[in-house]
Design a protein around this ligand. Structure first.
Ligand code: NAD
Length: 351
């Protein structure tokens, strides 16, 4: 991979390679865009097969954070950190070293949780920086639950648009968001099918949610009205899109479409697709409102995901284009407007 060329293609501001031999820290921190405010984005710990895979992931994820923040009308930009999980990783030391690095950026990047990272990891980061969303922050609430609430608002909009009243929902991934979403769906009286590559998580989710557990390879083509991908990105490629039986795809997984053209494939099949960064913005909205705007309650902002989703669905129908195309156009329009009017552009106090 040619990093600079990829950054130009993505219009990415900065990528920092992270290395600390004593701590076994290896990874990348990407600041995609700070036009609207500090780059917000979680820390992911994953067993990447090679360096290119990690770089591709951090670029894609940080870009999605920019679009997510812009679409949610937040005074924030997009960033992300990916760390390589490997046998030499000394977990506590690595997250502490990362905290030092984040602090040195002086607030240009604000971190939080993502896949593979625990509350204890974030506490280690937080021992060395102010710029991290901690589970223990008083009044912040559970970020993954906020994400799930946002996905639910988005899902409601899709169901209303598609004229579906009571739905059977397949949840791929019973992790933090998948399980929280399952709890909401259960309260709403929906029938749930669940799968997780971790058999214990799948079993526990099945028991708590009263859900049918299926094998991971069966969940995407399950005979349901709604598919909620809440695992990793790239789950839906063209083949999967052709085999889907669900009429709605709405979940939390970032970059869920393997390639952008899959959105057209879904649209052609009449499947209602909720762009991931539109409906999974709940955690980001809560974090930004808590840390940047000092709001006690983000419930009204989370509920606005319903209106945004409805708007995107209606615009896509009117123009006969995919929902992904409309969402990206709306997010980019906000960024472009800010770039045109520099007085609206965020400046860090130290700049
Ligand atoms: P998590 O690590 O808690 O849960 C992910 C779950 O998916 C795990 O239980 C894992 O075993 C399972 N999984 C992985 N691959 C699978 C597969 N092929 N089939 C079935 N299960 C599989 O992560 P999370 O915090 O719940 O996040 C889930 C997704 O939502 C991620 O893509 C994340 O980037 C995205 N997201 C999370 C948040 C948040 O607030 N946590 C916010 C926005 C987006």
């Amino acid at each position: 991979m040619n990093l600079l060329e990829s950054m130009v293609a993505d219009d990415s501001e900065q990528v920092i390679a992270l290395q600390n031999r004593a701590a076994g820290l290896r990874g990348f921190l990407a600041i995609h865009d700070t036009t609207l405010g500090p780059a917000l984005g979680g820390i992911r710990l994953w067993r990447y097969a090679n360096e290119d895979e990690a770089i591709e992931d951090v670029l894609r994820l940080s870009r999605a954070m920019t679009l997510k923040a812009a679409l949610a009308e937040l005074p924030a930009g997009g960033g992300k950190t990916v760390l390589v999980d490997h046998p030499g990783l000394r977990r506590v030391e690595a997250f502490e070293a990362l905290g030092c690095l984040i602090e040195s950026l002086g607030g240009r990047y604000f971190s939080g949780p993502d896949v593979g990272v625990t509350g204890a990891d974030l506490d280690a980061v937080g021992r060395h920086t102010r710029y991290v969303a901690l589970e223990s922050a008083p009044g912040l609430g559970d970020i993954s639950e906020m994400t799930a609430i946002g996905v639910w608002h988005g899902m409601r909009a899709c169901l209303d648009f598609a004229g579906i009243r009571r739905a059977k929902v397949a949840i791929q991934g019973a992790g933090n968001v998948g399980l929280a979403l399952g709890r909401i769906l259960r309260r709403e009286g929906m029938e749930i099918v669940v799968a997780d590559i971790d058999p214990e998580r799948a079993r526990a989710a099945g028991e708590e949610l009263g859900a049918r557990v299926v094998a991971p390879q069966e969940i995407l083509a399950a005979d349901v009205a709604v598919l909620a991908p809440c695992a990793l990105g790239g789950a839906i490629d063209a083949d999967v899109a052709r085999q889907l039986r669900a009429r709605v795809v709405c979940g939390s997984a970032n970059n869920v479409l393997a390639t952008p053209d899959v959105a057209d494939c879904l649209a052609e099949r009449g499947i209602v697709y909720a762009p991931d960064y539109l409906v999974n913005a709940g955690g980001l909205i809560r974090g930004a409102e808590y840390y940047l705007l000092h709001r006690a309650d983000s419930a009204p902002s989370l509920a606005r995901i319903y209106d945004r989703m409805r708007n995107v669905l209606e615009m896509a129908r009117e123009r006969a284009v995919s929902t992904a195309a409309v969402a990206e156009e709306l997010a980019r329009a906000r960024l472009t407007a800010s770039k045109k009017f520099p007085q609206l552009t965020w400046r860090h106090p130290l700049c």
